[in-house]
Design a protein around this ligand. Structure first.
Ligand code: URA
Length: 236
C-alpha cells in the first residue's frame, strides 16, 4: 500500500498533508525518514511514525454520531445536508456510510462505518438487532394502542410489522419504542395506523450501542475498543 494511502485510511493525514509532511521530513518508516509519499509500505509489518506518533493501521472504522435535525442519512444528496458533512475532511475519504437510516427529522444515534459486511449483518432482519427510540406523539395513547403495537401493526401498504415494545410515560404521549426491524418510516407509519402522529423521534440505542450522554447533538466520535467488540459480537 502507498504511504499516503495508509495515512489517509488510518485517518492520520490527507494525501496533501502527507506530501507536505514528507517534504518536511516528519514521517519515518522503520526509523528512516520517508523520501516519497507514494513509497510502498506494508501496513501489517512496517512501523510508520507521523510527527513522532506511531500510526495504527485500521482497515475498518466505526463512527458514532449524534444526528441533528435536518440532515439526511446518505453519503451524498444534491439538496439536503448529509450526515457525512458533519465529519472533518480526514474522515470523508474513508468510504464511511450510514449503517441504517434515520429520517431527516429523526435525531440521535447513528453508526457510520466502511465495513459493508458488518453493516449488512447488523441490518439483516434475521438477526433482530434491536433499536430503541424515545418518542412523543400528538394524542395520548390508550392501553389498546399499546397492545396493538406489541402485537404488530398492519401498515397502510398491508405490511404487518413484527411485535414492537412500547414503554409509555405517565403523560401517555411519550416513552420508548423498541423495534427489531427497520422498515421505511416505520414508527411514523405504525403511529399513523393508530391514527396518531409522531412529533419527536430520537434513536437512543442500536444493538449494544447506547447514545452517550456526553455526545452533543451534531458531535461524533469513534467507537471505543469495547463498543467495537460488542458490535462485532452482535453481528455474529
Ligand atoms: N422510524 C421512523 O419513522 N423514522 C425513523 O427515522 C426511524 C424509525
Amino acid at each position: 500500500m502507498r504511504l499516503d494511502k495508509l495515512l489517509s485510511v488510518s485517518a492520520v493525514a490527507t494525501r496533501k498533508e502527507t506530501a507536505r509532511a514528507v517534504r518536511a521530513g516528519q514521517i519515518t518508516v522503520n526509523g528512516a525518514v520517508a523520501k516519497r509519499a507514494d513509497m510502498a509500505v506494508d501496513p501489517e509489518k512496517d512501523s510508520v511514525c507521523f510527527c513522532g506518533n506511531a500510526v495504527f493501521y485500521k482497515p475498518y472504522r466505526y463512527v458514532l454520531l449524534n444526528k441533528p435535525d435536518g440532515y439526511v442519512s446518505a453519503t451524498e444528496d444534491g439538496r439536503e445536508p448529509t450526515v457525512l458533512e458533519l465529519l472533518p475532511p480526514l474522515y470523508t475519504g474513508l468510504g464511511l456510510f450510514p449503517c441504517g437510516r434515520l429520517d431527516k427529522h429523526t435525531l440521535g444515534l447513528m453508526l457510520l462505518t466502511n465495513n459493508g459486511e458488518l453493516s449488512h449483518r447488523l441490518l439483516s432482519p434475521r438477526r433482530h438487532v434491536s433499536k430503541r427510540y424515545a418518542f412523543r406523539v400528538k394524542f395520548p395513547l390508550s392501553d389498546t394502542d399499546c397492545d396493538r403495537f406489541r402485537d404488530g401493526v398492519t401498515l397502510e401498504d398491508g405490511y404487518e410489522t413484527k411485535p414492537a415494545d412500547i414503554e409509555l410515560a405517565e403523560d401517555k404521549r411519550s416513552g420508548v419504542i423498541t423495534l427489531v426491524e427497520g422498515k421505511y418510516h416505520q414508527i411514523k407509519r405504525m403511529m399513523e395506523a393508530l391514527h396518531n402522529q409522531i412529533t419527536y423521534l430520537e434513536r437512543i440505542s442500536f444493538g449494544p450501542l447506547a447514545l452517550p450522554d456526553d455526545l452533543p447533538r451534531g458531535a461524533w466520535r469513534e467507537l471505543t475498543e469495547q463498543e467495537e467488540q460488542m458490535l462485532l459480537a452482535a453481528a455474529e
